[in-house]
Design a protein around this ligand. Structure first.
Ligand SMILES: Nc1ncnc2c1ncn2[C@@H]1O[C@H](COP(=O)(O)OP(=O)(O)OP(=O)(O)O)[C@@H](O)[C@H]1O
Length: 214
């Protein structure tokens, strides 16, 4: 899988947050978005995930450089600041929902119990999501990435609320994903300990209308 962003610009409210963002990621590559609070990291992730329409430009996924391209959103998992789980449903019900929503053919993902084991929390998927601690909830939010296969992982502060053992576990899961040819784009203030990453430093406010169509 290849992920290509070409001349992306995005607006929040009146303001352009960034312009002319371009990158090309090959299988196994990780791009770390850095920059101060409000600099546009979450905005860029949401544009790639298809949750925000870019003001200009495109972001696409393709199986090879020469293959036909499709919207990156179709190839992407998005783990935002929020966990996107219903607190009154059990962990298993939440993960079942995400599996059927993201990968209706149920072809390539892990079972619920396998995913729970992979995030270090076997045996508690019968509990309502809302009963769990903040760190446990974040681990199961990450398990969503494992129950349905998608080659691009978009991670917004994935390790917030985690203890050091979970930090290490997430790093290992991300590295395993990359070894299989997966791509990662992550916004983070704390180093994730990933090998050989690229960095995109976001600088924030790009002006009110400075020649975006030029
Ligand atoms: N719905 C919105 N309407 C208007 N402006 C918004 C909206 N959401 C975000 N913004 C603004 O867009 C800018 C970029 O926000 P974004 O969340 O992308 O930053 P970030 O780099 O992810 O920050 P942080 O490190 O704090 O998570 C900020 O100035 C923010 O105030």
């Amino acid at each position: 899988m290849h992920l290509t962003a070409e001349n992306l610009a995005a607006r929040r409210g009146e303001d352009l947050i960034f312009v002319n963002v371009s990158f090309h990621l090959q299988p196994g590559e990780a791009l770390i978005l850095t920059g101060k609070n409000g600099s546009g990291k979450s905005t860029l992730l949401r544009v790639i995930a298809g949750l925000l329409r870019p003001e200009k430009g495109s972001v696409t996924a393709s199986d090879s450089v020469s293959a036909g391209r499709r919207p990156a959103a179709e190839a992407s998992h998005y783990l935002g600041h929020r966990n996107a789980m219903k607190t009154e449903l059990t962990v298993a019900e939440n993960l079942d929902f995400w599996r059927s929503f993201l990968e209706p053919r149920k072809a390539a993902g892990l079972s619920t119990e396998e995913a729970a084991e992979a995030v270090g929390l076997p045996g508690i998927t019968h509990l309502p999501f809302g009963y769990l601690s903040a760190g446990q909830q974040r681990r199961f939010a990450f398990a969503k990435l494992l129950v349905a296969y998608r080659p691009v992982w978009l991670l917004d502060e994935p390790t917030a609320a985690l203890d050091t053992s979970a930090d290490r576990l997430f790093t290992e899961l991300i590295e395993a994903h990359r070894r299989k040819g997966g791509i990662v784009v992550a916004a983070t203030h704390q180093p994730l300990g990933l090998e050989g990453t690229r960095e995109l430093k976001m600088t924030g406010f790009a002006g009110v209308d400075q020649g975006v169509w030029g």
